[in-house]
Design a protein around this ligand. Structure first.
Ligand code: UT7
Length: 331
């Protein structure tokens, strides 16, 4: 019997309607459109507004759209892996809440936390449930409401992040398509450079933590940049080398959208031309777990069965990695 591969058989994204432009940010902090654009590549980002709107309220749009476009019955979904750093609640899991809101009565689920690399970790984890034959329909969601943990008086972080999400459906196939290989890494010694200081078990919420603004993203950008630019490029290059893929073999680089300069460095290290790189950072910013599925969603119509995609990400933790997948369908 031939090996079962886990293939992406559909992708759907969702971004909120409200736009926060660089010009809007000029009114909030001491920054300029020119600084943001040249240092990061970002022009605008989306923000989820409204009372009681959490990350699952975005994900429910993506999942319902995904079921519709793939003609999948809600009751056939067996597992949901929800990759996020901004869950609705500390517990229960956002996967659990999403299954209720999206009406997936037979699915079990869990949240996966690997910061900006979460979607890669989630995709790889999901592929194992498919490859072992225990599950036939698994949804991986990458979603973040970054605006819920951003200090809009801190110019070093508020210009970077945005809200958004995407979801993919994974199903088994015996064809030579789907997730072919993955290389994933964690290094907890990098945790102090990018994290949220309070709200966890080490430092639960208190008046003092709120006064000290410790429930927001804290990032030492230059340090993170140094690690990101090397490790994301190396992971992508390594997965190509160990699978004997040349730059010509690669149809698309799907990079985490943290900084255009990091994306360019990754493409250069792989020897892949700009025309093969998915870039939407200019309009969505860094949506953390949302960046990779949002790229797949936006480029879906251009993807052809058999295309080699190299996904790559780097994030807080530190976490990083790369996934090689062969696209499984023509739209
Ligand atoms: O997705 C998770 C992983 N995260 C990343 O990969 C992010 C990696 N880091 C980066 O992308 C970049 O480091 C940033 C975009 C965050 C910052 O860019 P940078 O070129 O590294 O700038 P910097 O932090 O070295 O700051 C340069 C200057 C500083 O002023 P001085 O000290 O030179 O006077 C900052 O205070 O720019 C200043 N600055 C700003 N100026 C205008 C920092 N933020 C801003 C701002 N507007 N928004």
């Amino acid at each position: 019997m031939s090996k079962i591969h886990a293939a992406i058989t559909g992708v759907q994204g969702y971004v909120p309607d409200d736009v926060l432009s660089n010009k809007d940010l000029e009114k909030l902090v001491d920054t300029t459109d020119e600084w943001i654009l040249t240092r990061t590549g970002i022009s605008e980002r989306r923000i989820l507004k409204g009372e009681n709107q959490g990350v699952t309220d975005m994900a429910v749009h993506a999942v319902k759209g995904l079921l519709e476009k793939t003609n999948t019955k809600a009751e056939d979904i067996e597992l949901v892996i929800f990759c996020t750093v901004t869950p609705d609640l500390v517990f229960p899991a956002s996967a659990n809440i999403l299954c209720d809101k999206a009406g997936l009565p037979n699915a079990w689920g869990f949240d996966l936390g690997a910061a900006c690399s979460g979607f890669l970790f989630g995709l790889t984890t999901a592929s194992k449930f498919i490859e072992t034959g225990t599950h036939k329909k698994v949804i991986v969601v990458g979603a973040d409401k970054m605006s819920s943990i951003i200090d809009y008086s801190d110019r070093t972080t508020c210009v970077i992040f945005g809200d958004g999400c995407g979801a993919v459906l994974l199903e088994p196939t015996e064809e030579e398509v789907g997730i072919m290989d993955a290389t994933l890494h964690s290094d907890g010694s990098g945790r102090s450079y990018l994290h949220q200081k309070a709200g966890g078990s080490v430092k639960p919420a208190s008046y003092a933590t709120v006064d000290a603004k410790e429930h927001y993203v804290y990032q030492e950008g230059k340090q993170v940049y140094r690690f990101a630019v090397t490790n994301m490029a190396e992971a992508a290059a390594n997965i190509m080398e160990r699978n004997n893929l040349t730059a010509e073999d690669v149809s698309w680089l799907v990079p985490h959208q943290a900084n255009l300069r990091i994306i360019d460095a990754t493409a250069d290290r792989m020897g892949v031309g700009k025309e093969k790189v998915m870039i939407n950072i200019q309009k969505f910013g860094n949506t953390t777990n949302g960046t990779l599925p949002l790229c797949l969603w936006e480029w879906e119509k251009q993807l052809k069965k058999g295309d080699n995609l190299i996904l790559a990400a780097f994030g807080g933790g530190f976490t990083w990695g790369s996934v090689w997948l062969k696209w499984a369908y023509n739209s």
